[in-house]
Ligand binder design. Sequence first.
Ligand code: CUO
Length: 666
Amino acid sequence: MADKKNLLLLFDHPTEPVFMDKGKRVTVFDVPDSFLTDRYRPISNEVQSRVGDKVEQRVPVREISIPDLRIPMSLGRDEQFSLFLPKHRRIAGRLIDIFMNMRSVDDLQSVAVYARDRVNPGLDLPSFSQTFPDRFIDSQVIRKMREESFVVQPGSRMPITIPRDYTASDLDPEHRLWYFREDLGINLHHWHWHLVYPFEASARSIVTKDCRGELFYYIHQQVIARFNVERFSNNLARLLPFNNLSHPISEGYFPKMDSLVASRAWPPRFESTRLSDLNREADQLNVEIGDLERWRDRIYEAIHQGFVMDERGNRVPLDEATGIDTLGNMIESSILSPNRVLYGDLHNNGHTFISYAHDPTSKHLESFGVMGDVSTAMRDPVFYKWHSYIDRIFQEHKSRLPAYTENQLNYSGVSIAGIQVDTNGGRPNNLTTFWQKSDVDMSRGFDFLPRGNVFARFTHLQHLPFTYTISVNNDSGAQRFGYVRIFMAPKNDERGQPMLMRDQRSMMIELDKFVTSLNPGPNTIRRRSTESSVTIPFERTFRNLDANRPAAGTAEELEFNFCGCGWPNHMLVPKGLPEGLQCVLFIMVSNYENDRIDQQLVGRCSDAASYCGVRDRLYPDRQSMGFPFDRLPRSGVDRLVNFLTPNMSIVDVTIRHENRTVQRQN
Ligand code: CUO
């Protein structure tokens, strides 16, 4: 086939029939009559002739004999699809198998065209904020966007503003964190991370990625740490984990979004809802709270015994080297879990239990709430309480590992003489945050005519870019290499008391990590906040998925998908307080000889490696993720200042929030 890219057009307007026009260049698939669904066969000619003279490109679709699609079609077109539901995962797996087994791209196109109007649109592969805007924005805004595109010609359309905070009022203290939970970029990042690190697939090689279990633990640990710093930025105390499954969930959440697929509102959860045993026949779900408790107890037992039991009865040690990775795969759980019968499926089922708490037996025929989908879960306050609980289990393991010794932390001959951060023209060691309005094109996901761009204008947190300046002395007499690790945490706890090291370490957010060469004598290292190994730039979080997109099914396309993974740079710095949030910035230069992974880095997207890894490569650091804060400090160290070896340094930094809004200039 001349242009494999045509396959991508099938992602356009996912709930409209396949014969409708697609793409920026008006493209129509010439669909054989036998491929049309009964409902559309009588009207397809009439509809096609309506766009007839505007068509710029026709794509022929070959009539082939279609493989058995009964399993993929067993999920209704208008049902909500969730990866957390085992039944839905099996259905998706079957569809992937069918697609992967087609002999040629032409045949793949034929079966994809045939399947498009018959299987659930959520089963399609990549979907993004542009393809499914309903997962990210208010239903009222979607209605306004429809209106704008009906009435106004493309080109003179105004962006439709997403209200600044619309899901609750200030009577709900949790609502102060709307800008984090409902941030488009954060939800996209989370969705993207789970897309590139799936926990199940029929081909094991798709799941088996280096350190995937550890990375699951680490990115969610960092989300909790970041969320807690944001709580301090809003005069709220740290999260209490959801650790008693029979207690009511104190927080309610009303998403105010419509699902375009199901044409239904996402169900809300009232305050003080309790979990119940799940028995939903249509979803093939029959799980008890008791199952969750049993799995949890067995996981704790394994941690305390120091080993897990695999399916053949062998002991797999939970040691310093691979223990955390094993636990990650076991708790999430992924198909790499050493024993899914014994240790179950705790984390995924937690999502499912919470997302069905409003209708556990399907009595009201309601679908799952936002916790049931990785693209929407982070909007709900309970997400953070559930993941805090999951993190507690990981921390139980970490607290049993030997503390790092001074020797393991130090880099003999290398010392930090001073550190400073500067925003352009601002006072040293002061960071500034404010609000910004930006426009994102949402047009691909809207199933309505006339076509053309429709922009949503949303408000998000932003900070002034800044630079780290680090003075390092290398007294070893030779050129050396260092791994520079930068973290930040609040200085004081919620009562204003200086934090203890064992609490502060769990609030350390990673800001950057990079390799530097050190000449003998004094060195000055400068690094910009926009270079962070944690984040990707705004443009990449919200990139145009049509421009420069490689052909479907190629290695370049996989890389293109991977490139979207990364914490959004506009959320690098926590919001801070109007009067200033007192934080401590920590920098360590560790010995790169101990940390390095020898591998060739190919491709363009290794710049958000801290939270996303590097595609098809090893995680680029031999130390544990979160090092040196992933374990309890050595005995005698109760404050951060006593933890420091000469190759580490700290400085007080104030984050000030200015309550002003600027429009982003494109
Ligand atoms: Cu990312 Cu619970 O793992 O949502």
